[in-house]
Design a protein around this ligand. Structure first.
Ligand SMILES: [Zn+2]
Length: 575
């Protein structure tokens, strides 16, 4: 039997409770400063491999409302964000962002470098101690090291992920995903829960025994679904056939553009040769060199958010995503190409879809997201020359021999048969120190002579010696100081060169690259979106390494131990 009194009592009690709550909130809003934003439950790093800052303004009118433009207006848009070090390539970029420092501190000076003790070239994340997971199939050919794993052991600085793990007693989840191994391994740090990249052939998501012995169920499902095969026998056409691409970028067919993986210089770009019955390595090469490589990764990212329940705990999690196809396309067709315009427009859709997914799964206002790039890119020399600039590709294959002869002549040791140039891993030249000692020569003098020779080579602007880099450089030598931030004594050589703007070392007659201290390589996007961050453009000079401080501030954790980039002054959160 229902009790009428209880109903009445409820009503009677309910009214004062509402009144008290209203009064309390009114009193709070009158007396207290604006409420503190809720701490995010998830920090998301989005890297587009090779994206220049000028793309965001040049093509802003072409973006939709829900993607990059949402970050430009609702988030902080830093328009003056530059890498502070000289050699702007993928691994140093990915190592810098979440350690908050430069190669002089974290030690990742390049994608690979010469390791003096081993007497060989090493790749930044390659590790013979670990194997790839799952193992390459028995028909795996190609690299001898097809089964080799990857690890962050050469990264000499902790990341935000490492700090998060430490401060939460390991409860925070750290997930990092990319097409490239180095771009997944380096942002994550030493303790990822899930770290995946794609095998060269087959576009299968793989990890390393450094992380775990078998893939997560959501990765097994992803590989089983053959996500990467859906474009077989299709073509890459323009996203916006209604748009005059030539007006926003340049002509489609330009001298100096590459051919990709048999894709040709003009739209539409086919995927692989038509005569194969199933996707071949040529197909996967073409997929990587198209915007759809990013779509494959986005699918894996969504599975990771679900599978790892990212942003669902009380402790915050970290998700790092690096989209690699922009880099392949930019190298092949150059920054002024219709292909780069197209992949940038499609990247806008990737950002939109990722934001929508995070809104749904984690909740609006419950995540902080930073978008940046690991480097920019130089125009094709043919395009730069058409604009009246001095530009060119320089093939340095004969340099070590020439340098060796020059030094022996200079020091009157022509009869010495030993090689004085031990290795050339651009931009670094490594001297054979025992050979010089045997000749009774001072390293410093040989370095100086070598730098004098190097700076006279085609396309060179300047050269620095180890002795110079270990000392004080003039305050106004901004390039030299940038080289110092790329210099890690145990891994760098004795002399490093800097090319003139619009020149680069390159082995083929087509395509372009990055890796210089010039603005087209250092100037990258930085967009930061999350609770407590007010929207709009900023002209404050910052570096991408500021993301480490931004995430630390937002999550309420200490900055990584070697971080040096401060929290941007225009980004004061209310924690
Ligand atoms: Zn890169």
């Amino acid at each position: 039997m229902r009790n009428p009194c209880l109903r009445i009592c409820k009503r009677v009690l309910f009214v004062p409770i509402i009144a008290a709550a209203l009064f309390a909130s009114l009193a709070y809003s009158l007396a207290a400063p604006p409420s503190q934003p809720v701490r995010p439950r998830l920090a998301v790093l989005v890297v587009f491999d090779q994206m220049r800052a000028d793309y965001l303004s040049r093509w802003q009118s072409l973006f939709g409302d829900g993607g990059i433009r949402r970050l430009q207006t609702e988030g902080a848009w830093f328009q003056n964000c530059n890498y502070p070090y000289a050699y702007t390539v993928t691994a140093p970029g990915h190592a810098s962002i979440l350690t908050g420092c430069s190669p002089d501190r974290h030690g990742i000076i390049d994608n690979d470098w010469y390791e003096r003790e081993a007497g060989t070239q090493v790749s930044c994340v390659a590790s013979e101690r670990y194997q790839r997971v799952p193992p390459a199939g028995s028909n795996a050919t190609g690299r001898r090291s097809a089964q080799e794993g990857a690890s962050p052991e050469r990264l000499m600085a902790p990341t935000i992920g490492d700090v998060l793990k430490e401060t939460t007693g390991g409860r925070a989840r750290v997930v990092s995903l990319s097409f490239k191994d180095r771009s997944a391994v380096l942002p994550a740090g030493q303790h990822p829960d899930a770290c995946y990249w794609f095998s060269g052939r087959g576009a299968e998501a793989i990890t390393s025994t450094y992380c775990r012995d078998h893939v997560h169920p959501w990765v097994a499902d992803f590989n089983q679904a053959h996500q990467a095969d859906q474009w077989f026998r299709k073509e890459w056409t323009r996203l916006r056939p209604d748009l005059d691409y030539a007006r926003y970028s340049g002509p489609d067919d330009v001298a100096g553009e590459g051919n990709g993986s048999g894709q040709g210089r003009v739209f539409p770009h086919p995927f692989g040769t038509a005569d194969t019955s199933k996707p071949s390595s040529s197909y996967y090469g073409a997929l990587y060199n198209s915007p759809f490589g990013n779509e494959v990764l986005l699918n894996l990212v969504e599975r990771a958010i679900d599978g790892e329940h990212l942003g669902a705990q009380d402790t915050p999690d970290l998700l790092c995503v690096s989209f690699s196809s922009n880099d392949a396309i930019g190298h092949c067709y150059g920054p002024d190409s219709q292909e780069v315009l197209d992949v940038t427009l499609r990247s806008d859709l990737i950002v939109r879809d990722l934001l929508n997914y995070l809104d749904t799964k984690v909740g609006k206002g419950r995540y902080v997201l930073a978008l940046t790039a690991d480097h920019g890119v130089c125009p094709l020399p043919e395009v730069a020359r058409a604009q009246g600039k001095d530009a060119g590709r320089i093939l340095p294959s004969t340099w070590p021999k020439q340098a060796d002869s020059f030094l022996k002549e200079t020091f009157a040791r022509k009869e010495d048969k030993s090689k004085w140039i031990e290795a050339f891993s651009p931009p670094w030249i490594y001297l054979n120190k025992p050979a010089l000692r045997q000749q009774g020569l001072k390293e410093e003098e040989v370095e100086k002579a070598l730098a004098g020779w190097l700076v006279k080579q085609p396309g060179m602007q300047s050269a620095y010696t180890r002795t110079q880099l270990q000392g004080e450089l003039p305050k106004d030598d901004s390039v030299g100081r940038a080289v110092q931030r790329s210099f890690y004594p145990a891994r760098s050589g004795e002399v490093a060169g800097v090319m003139k703007p619009y020149f680069f070392l390159w082995g083929t007659m087509t395509g372009t690259t990055h890796g210089s201290p010039h603005p087209y390589d250092t100037h990258v996007p930085l967009l930061v979106y999350g609770p407590g961050i007010s929207g709009g453009a900023r002209d404050e000079a910052v570096t991408p390494q500021a993301i480490a401080a931004i995430f630390a501030d937002s999550l309420g954790i200490p900055k990584p131990a070697k971080a040096e980039a401060p929290l941007p002054a225009t980004l004061q959160t209310a924690h």
